[in-house]
Structures are given as C-alpha cells and as structure tokens.
Design a protein around this ligand. Structure first.
Ligand SMILES: Nc1ncnc2c1ncn2[C@@H]1O[C@H](COP(=O)(O)OP(=O)(O)OP(=O)(O)O)[C@@H](O)[C@H]1O
Length: 302
C-alpha cells in the first residue's frame, strides 16, 4: 500500500504453547485513526510490543515508518508516540517535572507543547503523579506521548478506567490528530466508542487477523439477514455472500453476512421454505461478535 506507516508481513509470535500472533499481514495507511479490536488475549498488546521494538517476531517482518522495530527500536520509539496499557510514570515527580525530564529526548518545541496539552487536558499544576487520579495520570501519559507531534501515535487501551467525558475528549483529540495527517493506532475493547472515531478497523481473534479494512467499507458490505421459516424444521439455502455467523431460534434464522449479493432475495421465492426475509446493515459490535464467536458458523473477511 502506498504511504503505509506500519506494515506487518506474515508476523507470528508464540509464547510457550500460546500462538499470540499467527501469520498476521496488515498495512496501516497514513493519516487515519486505525482501531485494533480483539477480546482479552487476542494478541493486540503483542502486536503493539512488536511495533515498538519491545518484542521480536518469531517469523515475518514488521516495518514502522519504513524501519524494522527490532533493528531500530530506539530510533522508532523517539519518532513515534506510545502509551502502553500500564504507563510507567515517575510517581514522585510532578507533571511539569516529568515533562522537563522527558524533553531531553526531543527538540526545543517539546516543553511548550507539553504544557499546552496539560492545560488543555485540565491536569492540575504542582501535583505529584502519585497523588493524581487515574484519569489525570492517563492525560499526563498522553501529553508526554504527543508533545513532540509524532507522525504515529500508538495507544494500548487508552481509555480503560477513564470516565465517559474524558474518554470522549481523548478520542476526539485522536480524530483531530488524524485530520492533521498524523496516524493513530489504538487498541480497544470499547467497540461502540471506537465505531465513532475509527477510519480503519482491524479485528484480531486468537492471534489471527479476521478483519482489516476501512470502517465505511466494512459497514457498507455487512448485513444482518433475518428470516422467518415456514416451519422450524425447514431446510433453506443460506444467503449468497460470506456468512460470518448463523443462529437459529425456532422459525427465526439470523445470519451476519458480508458481501451480500445484491439479488440475494431472489433465492427466497414462494417455494423456498422462507415466509419472510429482510436485511439491515450490521453494527461494528455485531460484526465483532460474529467473527469472534467460535461455536457459531464463523468466517473471516480476510
Ligand atoms: N510475555 C508473555 N509470556 C507468556 N504469554 C504471553 C506473554 N505475553 C502475552 N502472552 C499471551 O499471548 C496472548 C496474547 O496476549 P496479548 O497481551 O497480546 O493480548 P491482548 O489482545 O492485548 O489482550 P488484553 O485485551 O487482555 O490486553 C495471551 O494468551 C497472553 O496470555
């Protein structure tokens, strides 16, 4: 892909018996909010740790800003912004002091931008980190990660533990960054929240990439098809397209289908065993559940 900021080519990573990432290939284009979704243990943090050079893939290749994070970890960490799921901040320092300490790694514009961000986020002045709330500390971590205006900002579960107002403020600031041509990769379980801000969505399930595309494309092509059967025991044709999940409850059948054929209804004429059939666009949450549920019929959009 032209202008990709991140690329993973067949990246695998195993911890003992756990296949944390399994042949993941993806590209993150420049200037987007890219959401990485997955259940607990899906492999999101492992992917982020590979991108930030804290872990090496067992096989495959990762590139961040055109460089390999395992070969150029320090160079990459200096040019991106990164907030881990548990940011290590120096508790005994005040926000101003930690900024001063961190500014040694960046150019002279860092301190001013950092103080502006603290003010914009309403972080109290003169308070030690250990006496701040979780939300205030998260804001300090975000200000530290963005004050050098990185081309790429990587956030692992940035909003967990924050109140709804702060979460909204956080996510809106990510959209603002993307509007300026910067790229934001954020991992999350908060699907409805991500749906409001993401341009691209990737869904990882048990280390495998199941979905990776622009959210608008995903939404436009994925539908919930519901049918009422003539009899609970009727055997009917499945809708034409990629069926991601299928659930039956008595006479009701419900499918999540990607790439639903335009003329899908033509399969369900009077002799088809289907009394009624309709399709509505699927929400991101419904798509997520369909691709991440193992005991239903599931498929991959990859
Ligand atoms: N250092 C490690 N040693 C052993 N197993 C690990 C290690 N790091 C991750 N794993 C395992 O790899 C799998 C993927 O973990 P990862 O932290 O990447 O998931 P995640 O999607 O970030 O989950 P969560 O949403 O819960 O943070 C899990 O089964 C986890 O237990």
């Amino acid at each position: 892909m032209a202008n990709s900021i991140i690329s993973l080519d067949n990246v695998s990573k195993r911890y003992g018996r756990t296949q944390a990432l399994d042949h993941v290939t993806l590209e993150v284009p420049e200037g987007v909010v890219f959401a990485l979704l997955g259940e607990n243990g899906a492999g999101k943090t492992t992917m982020i740790r590979i991108l930030t050079g804290f872990e090496k893939p067992d096989s495959g290749e990762a590139l961040v800003l055109g460089k390999s994070p395992s070969d150029a970890a320090m160079q990459i960490r200096r040019s991106i912004g990164y907030v881990s799921d548990a940011p290590a901040l120096y508790d005994w320092m005040k926000a101003e002091e930690i900024g001063w300490f961190t500014s040694a790694f960046y150019d002279e514009t860092f301190p001013m931008r950092y103080l502006e961000l603290l003010a914009a986020f309403d972080v109290p002045a003169g308070v030690k980190l250990k006496n701040m709330s979780k939300g205030q500390r998260a804001k300090v971590a975000l200000a530290l990660a963005t004050a050098h205006d990185p081309k790429l900002l990587i956030l692992d579960e940035p909003t967990s533990g924050l109140d709804p107002m702060v979460r909204r403020q956080f996510l809106e600031s990510m959209v603002d960054r993307a509007a300026l041509g910067r790229t934001v990769l954020l991992s999350s379980h908060q699907i409805s929240e991500v749906e409001r801000v993401a341009d691209w969505v990737a869904i990882v399930h048990k280390g495998r990439l199941r979905v990776c595309e622009p959210l608008d494309t995903l939404r436009a092509k994925t539908f919930i098809v519901t049918m009422t059967l003539d009899h609970a025991g009727s055997t009917v044709a499945i809708p034409e397209g990629k069926v991601l999940s299928e659930v039956q409850n008595g006479r009701q059948l419900r499918f999540v289908v990607s790439d639903l054929a335009d003329d899908w209804r033509s399969q369900y004429g009077t002799e088809s065993g289907v009394a009624d059939a309709s399709a509505v666009p699927a929400s991101l949450e419904e798509i997520f559940v369909a691709v991440c549920t193992d005991d239903q019929k599931t498929g991959s959009l990859q």
